[in-house]
Design a protein around this ligand. Structure first.
Ligand code: ADP
Ligand code: F6P
Length: 322
């Protein structure tokens, strides 16, 4: 049966570019003669029937806005068999035959579960600053988050230099180190701690001392939240060195702000591609980009695959920190 009415929701941690993705899905669906219903607050709003028709005008003036006009949420009830059944019944009630889910790996898992109990055609779009979703080189929001964190680190470096200080800066990324590695490399960090690589704080201490012995007077250490807490690293270093240390947690500012051109273009291309895949009869997929090309993988792929980090970048960063 061909698709006539698409539902769209954003779920999990928001990310810059989600609005551009919503706009692309809504406008391309209408372009192809489909109807679109916006579902507010992710799976929570689905269960509460927070559902409204969307038009081309509903998505005007949002390509440049961070956050998500559909709002986002986390919903424990949707993880239960009863919650899933309820969600499927609501989609049926509204005549929604395809559901576009924009979110992180948890949100995609929700899509997998739904696809197993409902005839709705599920299409996922990777939207998370963490960039931890397999099946795509980039998720929507990662580039913006990296640039936001980098801007902050550049500013901190100015004051670190002026005051001869060591800053330990904690960035987001949940269980992965993609943001830390990228901003650490781009920001010229003296050290980068990520969850993918075991580290020893004594080695970090030695590295810091060696840098000071060579004449360094300030340093930036980037820590992924999944690897360590900035405060703990700072405490350890402070106990063993005379340097002036500060810890800084960048936090949720990394999730906000206007999306970069890269994220807007990625979101727009993926949104249109998602609708085209549905119209071509594909279902239960996640769209992404690999090697510069738009791709689609079975949505179950996110359950079996793991996204690996390019550790050569860590070696390069280490080489630059001498
Ligand atoms: P993200 O999508 O950013 O990774 P979460 O991991 O918090 O964020 O997941 C977002 C939401 O997706 C959860 O609150 C829940 O509603 C839904 N979800 C996650 N895992 C499952 C699952 N196994 N089954 C059903 N729904 C799930
Ligand atoms: O998944 C996005 C993310 O920002 C992670 O980087 C972080 O660990 C988490 O969400 C924070 O979640 P919350 O908004 O619930 O504090």
């Amino acid at each position: 049966m061909s698709v006539k009415r698409i539902g769209i929701l954003t779920s999990g941690g928001d990310s810059p570019g989600m609005n551009a993705a919503i706009r692309a899905v809504v406008r391309s669906a209408i372009y192809y003669g489909l109807e679109v219903y916006g579902i507010k607050r992710g799976y929570a709003g689905l269960l509460k029937e927070e559902i409204e028709p969307m038009t081309t005008l509903s998505v005007g003036g949002i390509i440049n806005r961070g956050g998500t006009i559909l709002r986002s949420a986390r919903c424990e009830e949707f993880k239960t068999p009863e919650g899933l059944q309820k969600g499927a019944a609501v989609l049926d009630k509204y005549g929604i035959d395809a559901l576009v889910i924009i979110g992180g790996d948890g949100s995609m898992r929700g899509g997998v579960e739904l696809s197993q109990i409902s005839p709705v055609k599920v299409m996922g779009l990777p939207g998370t600053i963490d960039n931890d979703i397999p099946g795509t080189d980039y998720s929507i929001g990662f580039d913006t988050a990296v640039n936001t964190a980098l801007d902050a680190i550049d500013k901190v470096r100015d004051t670190a230099y002026s005051h001869d200080r060591v800053f330990v800066i904690e960035v987001m990324g949940r269980h992965k180190g993609f943001i830390a590695l990228e901003v650490g490399l781009a920001g010229g960090a003296e050290a980068i701690l990520i969850p993918e690589v075991p580290y020893d704080l004594v080695d970090l201490l030695d590295k810091l001392r060696e840098g000071y012995d060579r004449g360094k007077t300030s340093s930036i250490i980037v820590v992924a939240e999944g690897a360590a807490r900035a405060e703990d690293v700072k405490q350890f270093l402070q106990e063993h060195t005379p340097y002036h240390l500060r810890a800084l947690v960048l936090g949720h500012m990394q999730r906000g702000g206007a999306p970069t051109a890269f994220d807007r273009v990625l979101a727009t291309q993926l949104g249109v591609f998602a609708v085209q895949r549905l119209l071509d009869g594909h279902t239960n997929e996640m769209v992404g980009v690999e090697g510069g090309r738009l791709v689609a993988v079975p949505i179950e792929y996110i359950q079996t695959a793991t996204k690996t980090i390019d550790l050569r970048k860590l070696e390069v960063a280490s080489m630059m920190a001498i």
